[in-house]
Design a binder for this molecule. Structure first.
Ligand SMILES: Cc1ncc(COP(=O)(O)O)c(C=O)c1O
Length: 431
């Protein structure tokens, strides 16, 4: 008889994992709150919210109940020519939370498809009006997903190199920092004033995969103003930042300007089921408001607006808006900020940054900041040995807890990080 581990190794291809040489995956039997329970009896704290999705922790009873209830009533129905209550309620819930310029919801399955749809809508927006614009602008270092359109607007790096001949052309502006903000705005203005730019896509305030890199709302506001002045459609990719991560419901809530399209996913169902949403402003909708086939948006997925998934999202949004959850987000932020301030001047820390419920520590490694920095596997196993799941981005260690985390559990992670920094600083030759 083969073991689970042997069967997994033989039959399953895991994401972002080499087929040879990678450590065997941990077998998780169940999960509750912030803990994952392994088959060998260990209890591991999920300090990264399982790829940033489990905002209310695992198996939250309210979400589980909503899923079970909906599954008994209507599990799925084709969404072309049919509709249902969970999808309509979700659209209403989302539009109520978003600024009033947004007026329609397009459903899909994950973050990449939510982005892909936003890109396609922005291109067709101009085509439908007979206006020729073909350029897209993105920010250096960005990550928008793994489908071809999403890869095209993302950073060109080791992940996408093999596909580079098949990615469409995109203009990248530099990542804005306090030192170069003026230059970036100038670069951007030059690009958009050409009159050929169809869309500008960005991760608002935080580039997640790039290493939780943060930039200022003032600069983003300026980029959005320039876009509007030059008739460029703006796409906020809030797949990571949405649903409380940055301390507000959406990262755009930190801004005065509003984008034309938004991509949402990850936290939308509290991490229970896959769902993507592209939110469209009235301006976008108007360019498609026609019965002509040529102006129709011909896009759809088999599981579009799955009722069980929508019911899970409605339960997750109810929980998010609850005072307990809002207080928790503020509490996490306050403690993250204190922790950041307490470690930022340590010799092993190049930079410590914090926004909302995100804390990121860029470690001094002596070599370049990179996903492939060798310290990554050292950090990963150090914390896993202490029953904490922290999955660093190269030399960037980040702590991104589910909002149900208690103060005691937060302190446990902070303490473990401090002990790790102590260990790094004790080594003779640095990190
Ligand atoms: C900002 C951003 N956009 C898009 C995606 C892609 O989402 P998914 O992995 O659900 O396709 C991610 C995933 O990490 C992301 O962080």
């Amino acid at each position: 008889m083969k073991t689970w581990e042997e069967k997994d190794k033989e039959w399953i291809w895991h994401p972002f994992t080499a087929l040879e040489g990678a450590p065997a995956p941990l077998f998780i039997e169940s999960a509750e709150g912030v803990y994952l329970h392994t088959s060998d009896g260990r209890k591991i704290m999920d300090a990264v919210s399982s790829w940033w999705v489990n905002i209310h922790g695992h198996c939250h009873p309210e979400i589980v109940k909503a899923i079970a209830h909906q599954a008994q009533k209507l599990e799925h129905v084709i969404f072309a020519g049919f509709t249902h209550e969970p999808a309509i309620t979700l659209a209403e819930n989302l539009l109520r939370l978003l600024p009033p310029n947004f007026s329609k919801i397009f459903f899909s399955d994950n973050g990449s498809t939510a982005v892909e749809i936003a890109i396609k809508l922005s291109i067709q927006f101009w085509k439908n009006q007979g206006i020729k614009k073909n350029k897209i602008i993105a920010i250096q270092g960005s990550y928008h997903g793994d489908t071809f359109g999403a890869m095209s607007v993302g950073d060109r790096n080791t992940f996408t190199k093999v596909f580079s001949d098949y990615l469409f052309e995109v203009e990248f502006i530099d990542f804005p920092t306090p030192e170069n903000e003026k230059d970036v705005l100038h670069q951007f203005e030059e690009q958009v004033s050409s009159g050929t730019v169809a869309a500008f896509i960005f991760e608002p305030l935080v580039q997640a995969v790039a290493g939780m890199k943060m930039y200022s709302p003032e600069c983003l506001n300026q980029l959005l103003i320039l876009s509007r002045q030059n008739n460029v459609i703006t796409i906020a990719d809030e797949v990571f930042t949405g649903f409380g991560r940055t301390g507000k419901t959406f990262a755009i809530d930190h801004l005065q300007q509003r984008p034309d399209l938004m991509a949402l996913s990850k936290g939308i169902t509290g991490g229970s089921l896959p769902l993507g949403v592209t939110v469209c402003s009235q301006k976008i909708v108007e360019a498609f408001t026609s019965s002509e086939a040529i102006k129709t948006f011909f896009h759809g997925h088999s599981f579009t607006a799955n009722p069980i998934t929508c019911a899970a999202a409605n339960a997750s949004i109810r929980l998010l808006l609850n005072k307990d959850c809002q207080d928790s987000i503020q509490r996490i932020h306050t403690h993250h900020q204190k922790f950041t301030d307490s470690i930022k001047n340590r010799p092993s820390v190049k930079e410590a940054r914090c926004l909302g419920t995100i804390v990121a520590i860029e470690l001094n490694t002596g070599s370049h900041t990179s996903y492939f920095n060798t310290i990554r596997s050292k950090i990963y196993s150090y914390f896993l040995d202490r029953q904490i799941l922290l999955r660093p981005l190269g030399n960037i260690l980040y702590f991104l807890p589910p909002y149900v985390i208690t103060q005691e559990q937060m302190n446990e992670v902070y303490q473990a990080i401090r002990a790790f920094l102590n260990e790094l600083e004790r080594q003779d030759d640095g990190v």
